[in-house]
Design a protein around this ligand. Structure first.
Ligand code: ADP
Ligand code: MG
Ligand code: MG
Length: 893
């Protein structure tokens, strides 16, 4: 079996082989074969990673020999020998998963150096301090990644870094590239001593030992904590594994005509078509990303290294033309020669994703379908979220500026560590994570924050990259700020802020403000509301273009879950085509209605109950009139009362007494009734259709309110409304039959009284497994099914959504649920039930109307599933309607 794939003079792979070679390996092969200057190397496939974990961290028997051959071929192409003391080949060992996971796994540079080969490198390069710089870098990386010498915790510095700083200080040098040969040699001695002290083992001298140590560490890093967390965040399966790339080193630290950098073919923050990136001269690898020295903007290269800059511009155009997407690429210049070390589709903000897709289509680079597929549906959200209120921002005190790295506005309490950010967030507070620079270990803290502020590092620093990807607001490289982790303070231009104080950052402009700034609606929302002209907002135009294209391609209808006319209006402005779920219980919580509701619940018999319901009827009718009016002739599904009744009753003694007084009932009686209604498991108790079966007068009142409202609209506005009455929590066809009779009787009565005819449907929510399993029977009665996937998930998994807290973290850590089943549909479990229900329901009633109204209806991957299931619509919360429109189009493409 083939485990090793070459790239260079002979190239075995290409860009389509991501699964096998990982994204980095596949694209290195692709670039090599289209003639871009890629240093030669080879990729050990992801299959080896799978084998590694299946076989107690060992390798297939043939691998050692294959690797040896491949590395000898690389050595030949470079005119060097691996481990050759006089003329050593150095390589990098790089991770590379199918989807890039920037900075999450490990990379080792300058491998092949030891006490002898470093002398050889010094001689052939004629530059001893360069050779020793490579050696000290190698020992540091190897010591950290392979031998596990690292900082004790997030507040302490990396021990290698501490030694480096001491050496620099003793030598009176500001930058690490100013150290002399002797100082570097001294550093090497200290590094080796540190490793021996910390691990009890010597730093290995044999090149092959080094290589296998590095390969094992890279495969091992697939299961490190931060990689696992990252996979959860992005739903990357643990089974994929990483590939390992071994590649000949080229040296950006070989002098001032050398350098290294990272560039994007367009601005990944705004999406604008400008060359974007940064570089450092006389530097290697991670220096740019790690924010060790502050890099220069790529534009400066036009003056400093004009020939290389011209080459780079050519590469920029070639990459976009070939890969048909914005590229994020890494390059190194060695002695005036340009090499490309990596390219991938660049991570970008939601705004940039949309702008790039639309503009690339206009430039003729891609068609509309491709453009739509290039936009993560979630990213539409970034155009809709609030920005700072302009006046509040004007009035706020600006304390300094930094680089705008993740657009948007964020305000929150200062946290200086990832752990503190998590603590604040768990308290329900908004957080801005403030660090000198971030490392992959900060990922968790970043997830918990509204925004990220760093004092060092450029727009391609780790903080910026991850923030853009997470859609977080980010200002980086705010150099005027000094953070003191010990004192837990942040000082900028005379202003001192403490942990827990409010700070505000504008990631679109890079400005940092003291205190809390109020936010305002996004441009898109303002245009939709008519307070901003469409011509004046390019953001809105982008949004509208994407929505127009989406509507052209999608076949799923998009409805919304709305209970009030205000919600309905917002949803319609966002493009909702109907209401898929109106939860009528929410209507009873407004104003003093709750008292009438309580009176109804406390009633001892039907007569009393009807009395109370009479008072509720006009209010409910009025609500429906408002809702129908907001929706025009769009379909509206109304769910009859669903929650257990005691949810409406007071728990507090004082409130109970008030209630008793108000209703003129003895307190004892009220307390007894509340006790009598108590349930051990209310969510599995007297709720849903069980309520209406027990108290048919509730169903009567609700249906009467709906139909009278429809009649009123019909007569007054001349609008045709076709209500859809939905019975919740049905598991037996007899339950539905019982309620159906009530609905039809009352509907007939109202139509007769008002002298109108109304077309309506009666259907059910499918939200318990029994309904799905007996769908053929249920469909005899139901004219539509709406999958209530929140409850269906709870009842199928036997898991209360509100009681996951105790074990959910552990489940995540062990990757037991690949995604939160309440956020993204459990396709293999709940999805199977849905599939079964669709097929069997349709057998009974071929024109059965099908939709989904659970939380999942706003989740792109669940929408894709619903599309394939053949549902007619999804119904999500109003703010998610635009996302659903795009996701539905993507599902259809
Ligand atoms: P990551 O996936 O974290 O970006 P990489 O494998 O891309 O890790 O390595 C990080 C950096 O190391 C690269 O950006 C590049 O600058 C440097 N690097 C990797 N391989 C080589 C090489 N063969 N020659 C020179 N520099 C290299
Ligand atoms: Mg990289
Ligand atoms: Mg339900």
């Amino acid at each position: 079996q083939k485990f090793v794939y070459n790239f260079g003079s002979q190239t075995d792979g290409n860009a389509t082989m991501r699964e096998l070679l990982g994204g980095k390996g596949a694209n290195l092969a692709e670039m090599a074969s289209i003639g871009l200057p890629v240093p030669p190397g080879f990729t050990i496939s992801t299959e080896v990673c799978t084998y590694f974990y299946d076989h107690d961290r060992t390798y297939p028997a043939s691998l050692a020999e294959d690797v040896k051959q491949a590395i000898q071929s690389v050595a030949e192409q470079m005119g060097r020998g691996f481990g050759d003391a006089a003329n050593p080949l150095l390589v990098s060992v790089r991770s590379g998963a199918r989807d890039s996971m920037p900075g999450m796994m490990d990379t080792i540079l300058n491998l092949g150096l030891n006490d002898e080969t470093v002398e050889g490198l010094a001689k052939i390069s004629g530059n001893p301090s360069f050779a020793w710089d490579c050696y000290r870098r190698f020992i540091q990386m190897y010591g950290d990644v392979v031998m596990g010498v690292e900082a004790a915790n997030e507040e302490s510095e990396d021990p290698f870094h501490v030694i480096l700083e001491e050496t620099k200080k003793a030598a009176g040098k500001a930058q690490d590239n100013e150290l002399t040969e002797d100082e570097l040699k001294e550093l090497v001695v200290k590094y080796k001593a540190l490793i021996a002290r910390e691990t009890g083992s010597e730093f290995p001298q044999d090149a092959y030992d080094q290589l296998w140590g590095a390969v094992g560490a890279v495969f091992g890093s697939w299961k490190n904590e931060r990689a696992i967390l990252y996979r959860q965040q992005y739903g990357i399966p643990a089974e994929w594994g990483t590939a390992v790339n071994v590649q000949a080193m080229v040296f950006g630290n070989a002098g001032n005509d050398s350098g290294t950098g990272v560039a994007f073919t367009r601005d990944p923050a705004s999406g604008e078509k400008v060359f974007y990136g940064e570089y450092l001269t006389n530097a290697q690898g991670e220096d740019v990303v790690a924010g060790v020295r502050t890099p220069k903007a790529i534009a400066e290269m036009a003056d400093e290294l004009p020939e290389n800059f011209a080459d780079l511009e050519k590469v920029r155009a070639r990459l976009e033309e070939h890969f048909k997407d914005m590229q994020d690429f890494e390059f190194t210049i060695e002695g005036g020669r340009l090499f490309i070390l990596q390219t991938r589709n660049g991570k970008r903000t939601g705004l940039a994703a949309i702008r790039i897709a639309v503009e690339m289509n206009k430039e003729g680079l891609i068609d509309q379908k491709t453009a739509l597929l290039m936009i993560p549906a979630e990213s539409v959200d970034t155009l809709l979220v609030p920005v700072f209120d302009p006046e509040a921002q004007e009035a706020a005190k600006k304390i300094c500026g930094g680089l705008p790295a993740g657009p948007g506005a964020a305000t929150g309490r200062i946290a200086f560590t990832a752990a503190q950010a998590e603590i604040e967030a768990r308290k329900g507070n908004k957080v801005i994570l403030c660090r000198s620079e971030t490392s992959p270990d900060d990922l968790k803290g970043m997830l918990h924050s509204q925004g990220i502020l760093t004092t060092r590092g450029g727009v391609s620093s780790h903080a910026a990259l991850v923030a853009r990807q997470l859609g977080k607001v980010c200002v980086c490289g705010a150099g005027d700020i000094t953070i003191n982790y010990e004192k837990k303070t942040l000082v900028a231009n005379g202003v001192t802020l403490k942990e827990g104080d409010y700070i505000s950052i504008n990631g679109t402009t890079g400005s940092v403000y003291e205190g809390l700034i109020e936010s305002a609606d996004s441009e898109v929302k303002r245009v939709l509301e008519g307070t901003l002209k469409a011509e004046e907002s390019y953001t809105y135009q982008l949004f509208q273009t994407v929505m127009d294209w989406s509507d052209e391609f999608r076949t799923l209808r998009i409805r919304t879950n709305a209970d009030t006319s205000a919600m309905a209006e917002q949803a319609v402005a966002f493009g909702a085509e109907g209401i898929g779920l109106c939860r009528t219980e929410h209507m009873f919580f407004e104003g003093s209605r709750i008292d009438d509701m309580r009176q109804m619940i406390l009633a001892v018999d039907g007569v009393q109950r009807r009395e109370a319901l009479k008072k509720l009827l006009p209010m409910q009718r009025q609500d429906f009139v408002g809702l129908f009016r907001a929706m025009g002739d769009r379909p509206v599904t109304i769910r009859l009362l669903d929650p257990p009744l005691h949810e409406f009753l007071p728990h507090d003694d004082a409130v109970r007494r008030q209630l008793a007084d108000k209703l003129g009932l003895p307190l004892e009686f009220v307390i007894d009734r509340i006790k009598a209604l108590h349930e051990e498991n209310p969510m599995l108790g007297c709720r849903g259709c069980r309520l209406g079966i027990l108290y048919p007068e509730i169903t009567e009142m609700q249906v009467q309110a709906v139909f009278e409202a429809v009649a009123e609209i019909k007569t007054n506005d001349g609008t045709e409304v076709n209500p859809e009455i939905m019975i919740p929590l049905v598991g037996f066809k007899a339950e539905l039959a019982d309620q159906l009779k009530v609905v039809r009787r009352v509907a007939e009565q109202v139509m007769k009284d008002k002298g109108v005819t109304i077309d309506y449907l009666v259907g059910t929510m499918v939200e318990v497994p029994r309904a799905a399993i007996t769908a053929d029977e249920i469909a005899e009665q139901a004219e539509f099914f709406s999958f209530g996937t929140n409850d269906l998930t709870q009842t199928t998994l036997g898991l209360s959504r509100d009681d996951m807290g105790l074990f959910y973290d552990e489940y995540q850590r062990k990757e037991i649920y690949s995604k939160n089943p309440f956020a993204s549909l459990d396709k293999t479990g709940v999805g199977k039930l849905m599939q079964f229900a669709v097929a069997n329901g349709k057998q009974t009633r071929p024109d059965l109307k099908l939709g989904i109204c659970g939380e999942h209806a706003g989740d792109p991957s669940s929408i894709d599933f619903c599309h394939n299931l053949g549902l007619q619509y999804v119904s999500c919360s109003p703010p998610r309607v635009p996302i659903a429109r795009l996701a539905a189009a993507q599902a259809a493409l």
